[in-house]
Design a protein around this ligand. Structure first.
Ligand code: PMV
Length: 316
């Protein structure tokens, strides 16, 4: 029997990270050229229930039973078995691979969860639909991040541009034209759990000030949705700059990200900002197609370890 395989895309948050945890809207899009993959093969000679798991990108190779009970992979597989009410689990080998930079603010963890939930439920004979996949992936995000907004698992599961408000049904939206982005990795790990925790502490200490900043980010996101839908490129760039200013006021940027953002703007990007949790990880720059080579070179010269091109396109 061939391996049963499922994949899921990376994501970037275009607007609204951090404030989205506090009920403001955010906009995120999938990045389909980067993907997490889960493959499952039956292990005919192994005793029933024995699960061997290999995830070389995170240095993991083990029998599932050897992992601590609170290991996210163990919880994920268990939760799917429970939801499907499966009594007999065939022995198998699970192999996880990814081309998504890990801990870089691109949703590598959520993509791995979505791919594994899909492959595992199919392997067990009852492939889960998107809504269930999304719920289960959200439970695993909570283990990684404590108080996630749910935006990562949502955009990755549905694989569409989303306008997301925590605890509300997802809204997909249609960009009015193709937008070109460069995504540059600072080479330092994104510190999402830390920056989210720091923002929470700061909000608890100065609730009015922080809520004012969150609301200002919400205003940027609402304007950005309209500008994206109507294809107003320059305005989208300006709003990215404004969003970055507000993220800096939350203290979630870093000198390395600031340097990349500055260099992209100087090389002709229409706007630039960090994406995801910040503290490290990736930044994004909005570019006209003819500006791509200059901005890419500037980003590499400013210390980016990798620059990826992505497009946000209207769906056919
Ligand atoms: O760093 P990432 O890709 O996991 O994105 C985190 C986004 C935040 O808004 C900072 C947190 C969240 O749960 O939405």
């Amino acid at each position: 029997m061939p391996a049963l395989t499922a994949t899921a895309p990376a994501k970037i948050i275009l607007f609204g990270e951090h404030a989205v945890v506090y009920g403001q809207p955010a906009i995120a899009v999938p990045v389909n050229q980067l993907r997490a993959r889960a493959s499952i093969l039956p292990a005919v000679k192994a005793p029933p229930g024995q699960i061997h798991i290999q995830a070389a990108d995170i240095g993991l190779e083990a029998e599932l039973q050897e992992l601590p009970e609170d290991h996210p992979l163990r919880i994920l597989l268990h939760n799917v078995v429970q939801v499907l009410d499966i009594q007999h689990i065939p022995a198998c080998r699970i192999r996880m691979t990814t081309t998504i930079p890990i801990a870089a603010g691109m949703g590598s963890g959520a993509a791995a969860s979505v791919a594994l939930i899909r492959a595992w439920s199919s392997f067990l004979g009852e492939p889960l639909g998107d809504d269930r996949v999304n719920e289960l992936a959200y439970e695993i995000e909570k283990i990684y991040h404590g108080t996630p907004s749910g935006i990562d698992n949502t955009v990755i599961t549905y694989n569409r541009p989303v306008y997301y408000i925590r605890d509300y049904p997802i809204q997909v939206f249609q960009p009015g034209r193709t937008f070109h982005l460069l995504i540059a990795d600072s080479g330092l790990p994104a510190r999402t759990a830390i920056t989210v925790g720091n923002v929470r502490q700061a909000w608890l200490a100065q609730p009015q000030l922080y809520e004012q900043r969150f609301r200002a980010i919400g205003d940027v996101v609402r304007s950005a949705k309209e500008a994206l839908e109507t294809g107003r490129l320059t305005e989208v760039g300006d709003l990215m700059d404004r969003n970055q200013e507000l993220l800096s006021s939350l203290n979630v940027s870093s000198p390395d990200l600031d340097r990349l953002i500055q260099s992209a703007r100087q090389a002709g990007a229409l706007g630039a900002k960090l994406t995801g949790g910040g503290g490290g990880g990736n930044m994004i720059a909005l570019v006209e197609p003819d500006c791509r080579p200059a901005v890419r070179s500037a980003l590499l010269a400013a210390g980016a370890v990798q620059v990826i091109e992505a497009q946000i396109s209207p769906s056919p």
